[in-house]
Design a protein around this ligand. Sequence first.
Ligand code: HEC
Length: 196
Amino acid sequence: MSNGEIIISVVTAVLVVFSLVVSTVIPKGDPNFPGRRNLVTFTLVCLVLVGGTLAAVEVYGAEDHVAEAAEVAGEDEPAGEPPAGESGGAEPEPGEAESPPPDEEAGEAPPPAGSGGDPVAGSEIYASAGCGSCHVLADAGSTGAIGPNLDESPPSFELVVDRVTNGAGAMPSFSGQLSAAEIDDVAAYVVAATSG
Ligand code: HEC
């Protein structure tokens, strides 16, 4: 657990405790709470707490994204070493303070693998990865005869992703050489080049 996560947890816990106290404990003693007199103070405290939580997530949550991005981008490193996960071995503790960062963070995450791909970028990857030395693909002008002729048996997107990621028979795995996004791109290209 990084410093950032600890800070986010603490700030979130303060917000949660505050919310519980003002919604359950205080109204028992003072049913009119916050009332006219305390309304301004109450509103300010709410704004500061919510703003503080969002700011903490913005500032410290970003650290983790950078770390994750670095892991994902490490294509030049030899495969096989498991990514140093933040939860490495540590047991998730139940409780509000440990809840994951709010949803708005999800919007900034890179798109998950398998969500499409860019056929234009894929065309370059097809050439630079050397797919053409083993496969026939008219669109790329490639005439390799070691693997199946892609024009004659157009593969599905999933099949290309699987073969390029895992290899099969004489086809090598490209997972150490291409990122998941690049594999999506080359799959999108092969599908586009064979489906017309
Ligand atoms: C060293 C030669 C070689 C290279 C390089 C190679 N392949 Fe292959 N590929 C094969 C062989 C052989 C097979 C058949 C594997 C099997 O099913 O036993 C295959 C199978 C496939 C299939 C499945 C086809 C089918 O109908 O079953 C796809 C799709 C594919 N390759 C795409 C690619 C792409 C994209 C690249 C480049 C990133 C690539 N290949 C690079 C040899 C190669």
